[in-house]
Design a protein around this ligand. Structure first.
Ligand SMILES: NC(=O)c1ccc[n+]([C@@H]2O[C@H](COP(=O)([O-])OP(=O)(O)OC[C@H]3O[C@@H](n4cnc5c(N)ncnc54)[C@H](O)[C@@H]3O)[C@@H](O)[C@H]2O)c1
Length: 260
């Protein structure tokens, strides 16, 4: 492609990306950004109605595939179909996740395992299948996992979610080391509170919580998408590390009377 055509098509022209949980929320913002930058994007989600409406709106660069991230055979079918139809993916965003309330003594083992299965085993299966295809193709790639401020400190009454999001950071370190020889970078993004369908049920509580962080507001999904864009296109000397988009929430604490 000549440089002028490339400018028109965007810096990700010719690249194939998979975004899990891309039908809504933060994942939708990542999908929109990737399409704008010229990638062919696969929205891989359980939510078919929302996902299909999104790709219809975005046009030919976006396609929907039903994926349950906990199902290994779903992943194998996805990577096979996408590689044949669009080309081997070189971008994977392991974004699908579920939130869950419950204390370490109040939660059920069943719920604990469900949350680990989606939030941790899902990204593992994504790397294990799509990462393997990237490695075999030999063209490098970028994998981005999504943790949370709940993966940096503890939060009461969210035991399963906190543990799963800490584990995603460990998975990222292991994957970054294992995949570096193939030219594949692996990053982990740490979002703070964002307005999405996931946080809608406790929006009022988040509105209170953000008053104690340096940037005193809830985040807007495109703000997270801009960090994802940076990681894909610019962060060529980074792998294995954490990138925060949290309104400064993890910076530290202020005394209530500070400055008076
Ligand atoms: N919203 C926030 O404030 C916030 C903060 C920190 C981290 N995160 C993380 O960001 C990611 C996206 O969160 P969100 O707020 O957009 O959530 P959301 O609930 O709005 O969207 C999550 C998407 O994941 C999909 N999904 C869930 N289980 C799936 C499965 N088994 N297989 C395939 N898809 C599945 C859902 O269908 C949905 O489309 C999650 O990993 C979440 O933990 C969100």
């Amino acid at each position: 492609m000549n440089p002028q055509m490339e400018l028109l098509a965007g810096p990700l022209a010719g690249r194939v990306a998979i975004v899990t949980g891309g039908s809504r929320g933060l994942g939708e913002a990542y999908v929109r950004m990737l399409v704008e930058e010229g990638a062919r994007v696969v929205v891989a989600d359980l939510l078919e109605t929302e996902g299909r409406a999104l790709v219809d709106h975005l046009g030919e660069r976006a396609t929907f595939r039903r994926l349950n991230v906990t199902d290994q055979s779903n992943w194998q079918a996805l990577v096979g179909e996408v590689s044949t139809e669009l080309g081997v993916p070189s971008i994977l965003i392991n974004n699908a996740g579920v939130h869950s309330f419950g204390t370490v003594i109040g939660d059920t083992y069943e719920n604990w395992r469900r949350v680990q299965d989606i939030n941790l085993n899902g990204p593992f299966l994504g790397i294990n299948t799509v990462g393997a295809a990237m490695a075999n193709a030999g063209n490098g790639g970028v994998i981005i996992n999504i943790s949370s401020t709940c993966g940096i400190i503890g939060y009461a009454d969210q035991a399963a979610y906190v543990a799963s999001k800490w584990a995603v950071r460990g998975l990222t370190k292991a994957a970054a080391l294992d995949l570096a020889p193939y030219g594949i970078r692996v990053h982990v993004v740490v979002p703070g509170p964002f307005s999405t369908p996931m946080t809608e049920p406790f929006h009022a509580e988040l509105t209170e919580l953000v008053k104690s962080q340096p940037v005193q507001r809830i985040g807007d999904p495109p703000e997270a998408a801009r960090l994802i864009r940076y990681l894909i296109l610019e962060a060529t000397y980074s792998t294995g590390s954490e990138f925060f988009v949290d309104g400064g929430a993890m910076t530290g604490m202020s005394l209530p009377a500070a400055g008076e």
